[in-house]
Design a protein around this ligand. Structure first.
Ligand code: GDP
Ligand code: MG
Ligand code: ZN
Length: 376
């Protein structure tokens, strides 16, 4: 480098990832390996850590309404390593975006469920899987507390979940079983940990990221609980590279998939449809002739149950949001606008519903819903 270029000193710009947001400060980890950081001119400077915890957002970004999220890849300028300050002047395009928790660029969702304490409930697990699948982000299923069940049972669970279309990692934070295999799957990626409370998420994260020091529920007293429950998201760096975030445990994700979306959230349905398509392209895989999906796979009943919920939700929503939709807008020659009822199939309330009948009703409602949506 010539003296001239040193003295002209172009503003130093660095690239990094937002790990946390607190008040109006962004904590940005600058790219590079631990103990080193890449300088603006491409050179490498050794430094004990690469964190700039007090970054602010340039007012230009505020003006254009550019938000900065945890997980965002950003460019900063004017870094001051002494005070840990820098200014974010650019946010790179996001590869993915989760709203709950608010995180950008996640590569996968690690869904943690316990094999025991509490006992694994496949309906609850399926609700979480549907929610995770609905993000479009890859799902990795992790079964915790495997120290609590005998080996043959563990293998049986693995086989069972493989038949669903998942390749679970069985772990125990107590014995360390499966932790290495899990670390492999997390390496070099950004993973969001999710699952109900009490399944051992914090214990697992503590194991993978000792620096995280999350309190497990056993440790946290009643007074501390409110403070600890992860309301804000924070990414932690893994020793093999990669980032991990905890999310607050919640026990029942709300079902908000539409009937059509729902089907795509079952790997069993995706794989069956990929092999052979059903006779009808809008097949709901209930009683339709020529259906290639309906069958004796384990979660088929869970699917029909969720479908029923999705249909009920959909018809509630369309009634609430657009009560006028039952009315058709008409203009006469004088330009007067009148409304008349839309012609719609009416469904009788069934007094004694056999399964067959209720399925027919469900199908009818979906048909209606599809038509309504085609109108829009
Ligand atoms: N037997 C067993 N218990 C565990 C394991 N991991 C966590 N636990 C216990 O499960 C409870 C909940 O753990 P925690 O990490 O707070 O779960 P979280 O709510 O998902 O974050 C605590 O009492 C832990 O000690 C495990 O691998 N095996
Ligand atoms: Mg926890
Ligand atoms: Zn079908």
């Amino acid at each position: 480098m010539t003296e001239a270029s040193v003295s002209s000193n172009p503003p130093e710009t660095l690239t990094g990832t937002v790990l946390a947001i607190q008040a109006n400060y962004y904590s940005v980890q600058i790219d590079g390996v631990m103990g080193e950081r890449v300088m603006g001119d491409g050179g490498v400077e050794s430094h004990p850590d690469r964190l700039l915890p007090l970054c602010t957002r340039r007012s230009r970004l505020k003006k254009i309404g550019q938000q900065v999220m945890v997980g965002d890849r950003v460019q900063v300028e004017e870094p001051d390593w002494e005070s840990g300050r820098a200014a974010i002047f650019q946010v790179e395009e996001r590869r993915s975006q989760l709203d709950r928790p608010p995180v950008a660029n996640a590569d996968q969702i690690l869904l943690v469920f316990a094999l025991a304490k509490p006992a694994l409930d496949i309906s609850q697990l399926s609700r979480f899987l549907i929610k995770a699948e609905s993000t479009g982000i890859e799902v990795c299923l992790c079964l915790s507390k495997s120290d609590l069940i005998p080996t043959p049972h563990r293998e049986a669970w693995c086989d069972r979940l493989r038949a669903w279309g998942y390749d679970p990692v069985l772990i125990s934070s107590y014995t360390g079983l499966g932790i290495e295999a899990l670390a492999e799957r997390l390496s070099q990626r950004m993973t969001i940990v999710s699952g109900p409370s009490g399944v051992g998420k914090s214990s697992l994260i503590n194991m993978l990221v000792p620096a995280a020091k999350l309190r497990t529920s056993a440790v946290s007293g009643r007074l501390e609980r409110g403070r600890h429950t992860t309301r804000h998201v924070e990414l932690f760096e893994l020793s093999k590279g990669g980032l991990l975030a905890d999310t607050p445990g919640f026990n029942q994700p709300d079902m908000d998939a539409t009937p059509i979306e729902l089907m795509n959230y079952f790997p069993e349905i995706r794989s069956r449809r990929a092999k052979r398509s059903c006779q009808f392209s809008d097949c709901l895989h209930l009683q339709e002739p020529g259906c290639r999906v309906r069958g004796d796979w384990e979660r088929y009943e869970i699917y029909t149950k969720f479908l029923e919920e999705a249909i009920a939700l959909q018809s509630n929503l369309s009634q609430q949001s657009a009560p006028d939709e039952a009315l058709k807008k008409k203009s006469n020659r004088d330009g007067e606008v009148t409304y008349e009822p839309r012609l719609k199939t009416k469904y009788r309330a069934e007094s004694r519903r056999s399964q067959q009948q209720s399925i027919q009703v469900m199908k009818g409602k979906v048909g209606d819903w599809l038509e309504d949506n085609e109108d829009n």
